[in-house]
Write a protein that binds this ligand. Structure first.
Ligand code: 1PZ
Length: 215
C-alpha cells in the first residue's frame, strides 16, 4: 500500500475538487472550495521554495476558513451563501474599515476568490499557449490583469520577481502530472469552465451584497 503523502501529485484531482463545489442549486460548498485551495497550495509548493511567501498567505487564509467550519457555528459555513448571510446578519464583518473582525470569513474568502480569477486567467493562457510560450509571461499577465490591482507595490514587486522562477512550459506540464501535453490541454479545457462558474457565482453574490471591497 502507498501512503497518501507518497502518491504522486496530480493537478487533475485538484481541479476536480472544484467540481464538487457546486450544489444542485448552485451554491458553493466551502469545504470543497477550501480543499481545492489546499491542493493548489501543494502544487505551488512543488514548484519551489521561492513561492513560499505566496503559499504561506494562502495557507493562513485556508486555516481561518477551516477554523470557522470546525467551530460550533460550523453549520452556518456550509456554503459561501450561508456564510455571507450569517456573518452579515450577525454583523461579523468589517464593511468599510478594519475594526473588530479583521479575519471574517467574508473578507478572508474574498482574498482567495480574487486569486481564483488569477488562476482562471493563467490556466486559460496555458491552454491556448504554444510550445515556445513562457509560463512566467503568462503568469505575470494574468496577475497584472487581476490580483495585482488589489496588492500594494511591494507585494506586486515580489510576485513579479518570483514569476521568473517558474519552470518553463514543458517542465510545468510535467509537474502537473496529467500526462502528455494533449491530455494537459484537454484537462484544462474541462477544468477552466468549472473554475469560472464557481468564480462567477461568488462574484455575483459578493456584488449583490456590496462586499467586493472588504478591507
Ligand atoms: C504558479 C505561480 C503562482 C503565482 C500565484 C499568483 C499570485 C501571487 C500572489 C502574491 C501574494 C503574496 C502574499 C500575500 C498577499 C496578501 O497581502 C494578499 C491580501 O491578503 P490581506 O493582506 O488583505 O490579508 N493575499 C492574497 O491576495 C491571497 C493570495 C493567494 C494566492 C494563492 C495562489 C495559489 C497559486 C496556485 C498555483 C497553481
Amino acid at each position: 500500500p502507498v501512503a497518501a503523502e507518497d502518491q504522486k501529485f496530480c493537478l487533475k484531482e485538484v481541479l476536480d475538487t472544484f467540481k464538487l463545489c457546486l450544489s444542485e442549486n448552485k451554491e458553493v460548498y466551502l469545504e470543497h472550495y477550501v480543499a481545492g485551495w489546499r491542493g493548489l497550495v501543494r502544487f505551488l509548493n512543488s514548484l519551489g521554495s521561492v513561492f513560499g511567501f505566496i503559499s504561506k498567505d494562502a495557507v493562513k487564509k485556508i486555516q481561518i476558513l477551516v477554523a470557522f467550519l470546525n467551530d460550533e457555528n460550523g453549520s452556518q459555513y456550509v456554503t459561501i451563501q450561508s456564510m455571507v448571510k450569517y456573518e452579515l446578519e450577525n454583523e461579523l464583518v468589517d464593511l468599510t474599515k478594519c475594526g473588530k473582525y479583521p479575519e471574517s470569513g467574508c473578507r478572508t474568502l474574498l482574498r482567495l476568490h480574487r486569486a481564483l480569477r488569477w488562476l482562471e486567467l493563467f490556466l486559460e493562457r496555458l491552454r491556448t499557449s504554444t510550445e515556445d510560450s513562457k509560463t512566467s509571461v503568462m503568469c505575470a499577465e494574468a496577475y497584472n490583469e487581476s490580483l495585482a490591482q488589489h496588492h500594494i507595490w511591494m507585494i506586486r514587486k515580489a510576485a513579479n520577481l518570483s514569476f521568473c522562477m517558474l519552470p518553463g512550459r514543458p517542465a510545468f506540464f510535467e509537474v502537473m502530472n496529467v500526462g502528455p501535453p494533449e491530455q494537459v490541454l484537454a484537462m484544462l479545457g474541462e477544468a477552466i469552465p468549472l473554475i469560472s462558474e464557481v468564480y462567477q457565482i461568488t462574484e455575483a453574490l459578493y456584488a449583490q451584497h456590496n462586499l467586493l471591497d472588504l478591507p
